[in-house]
Design a protein around this ligand. Structure first.
Ligand code: NAP
Ligand code: GLV
Length: 312
């Protein structure tokens, strides 16, 4: 068996070593133009020149959960793309989002500023029932985040494309902009974005979405920068419709020097780190899927196979 690696901005050696340990008899190489056809590819942001030579692959494994960048490329016809399915990301996302929600709800930034001034201050406790959290995207990561927030007794609602029933979560579904989406927004104060980036979800957090949220809303975007219309968020912050935001992802990454988000007093910026790819977990997951495919498992038995029509 041949496995080719094409990992942009990622050191390939540890991935190669990990896969080699999982498959001692396999030939594992870092892709070079003109290489012979491999059976499987493990990729991150591969160039088009790579994809154009991969018509004979049995599967392409993406070492991230989001496949938006890959979906914009010309993919080899009939070759399935398999994304990471959790692989240690959902617990990271749950701790990151819970931290952001709690930090806002408990006004911890305000306390920190007071303490820095040597001030012993109290704020009136806020009502948890006023801080309903709406999670857009009830997939692998969104459901874990929603369940984590339930443990802190926030009212939690979720929005997905297809109808769902998730214990303790008020679920809404339907097309972006449709009645289910509007009803979801109307009851949401803290909006969390955990959608994949697709043509339907691009720019989903725009002025209309922000205006539909409860006044004094808070926005947490941990999905992709292109979900958010940046100017609309800045405007909603200036008008007080939105009280603040935690943004982990941006249209341009790294966030350019001088961008308004860097110094904005109501925006917390983190460098796309809310849920990192964990190498060991990811290699174990990819190796398990390769073993299953080698043993003849059908594609629909493999978690994380991307539906090319839906784009996620
Ligand atoms: P997933 O399991 O595929 O879940 C996606 C969810 O979004 C599903 O519930 C899906 O609905 C819903 N959805 C998709 N398109 C929709 C639409 N047009 N309208 C309404 N709902 C829609 O994905 P995941 O593993 O949870 O990951 C979600 C995203 O998180 C990734 O795509 C990636 O962009 C982002 N991410 C970010 C980081 C980071 O460090 N910042 C790390 C990992 C992932 P259905 O259930 O009905 O299909
Ligand atoms: C990170 O953003 C991922 O999609 O895994």
């Amino acid at each position: 068996m041949n496995i080719t690696l094409c990992l942009t901005d990622t050191k390939p050696e540890p991935w190669k070593a990990g896969l080699q340990a999982a498959f001692p008899d396999a030939r594992i190489t870092n892709w070079q133009p003109g290489d012979p056809q491999a059976d499987y590819a493990v990729v991150w942001a591969p160039p088009q020149a790579f994809l154009d030579q991969q018509a004979g692959l049995r599967a392409i494994f993406n070492i991230g959960a989001g496949v938006d960048a890959l979906m914009k490329s010309r993919l080899p016809a009939g070759v399935p793309v398999v994304r990471l399915d959790d692989a240690g990301m959902s617990v990271q996302m749950a701790e990151f989002v819970a931290h952001a929600v709690i930090r806002h709800f408990r006004e911890l930034d305000g306390y920190e500023a007071d303490v820095a001034l040597g001030k012993w201050s109290y704020r009136k406790p806020r009502l948890r029932s006023d801080f309903s959290v709406g999670v857009m995207g009830l997939g692998v990561l969104g459901q874990r985040v929603a369940q984590a927030l339930r443990l802190f007794e926030f009212p939690v609602r979720g929005y997905s494309r297809s109808a769902k029933q998730v214990e303790g979560i008020e679920c809404f579904s339907g097309p972006v902009g449709g009645e289910g989406f509007q009803a979801f927004l109307r009851g949401t104060r803290v909006l969390v974005c955990l959608l994949p980036l697709t043509p339907e979800t691009e720019n989903i957090i725009d002025r209309n979405t922000l205006a539909a949220l409860a006044p004094g809303a808070y926005v947490i975007n941990v999905a992709r920068g292109a979900h958010l219309v940046e100017a609309d968020l800045l405007d909603a912050l200036a008008r007080g419709q939105v009280a603040g935001a935690t943004l982990d992802v941006f249209r341009t990454e790294p966030l350019p020097a001088g961008h308004a988000f860097w110094q904005h007093p109501q925006i917390t910026v983190t460098p796309h780190t809310s849920a990192r790819t964990l190498r060991e977990e990811s290699i174990a997951q990819i190796a398990g899927k390769i073993r299953a495919l080698q043993a003849g498992a059908p594609l629909d038995a493999i978690a994380g196979v991307v539906n090319p029509e839906r784009g996620y």
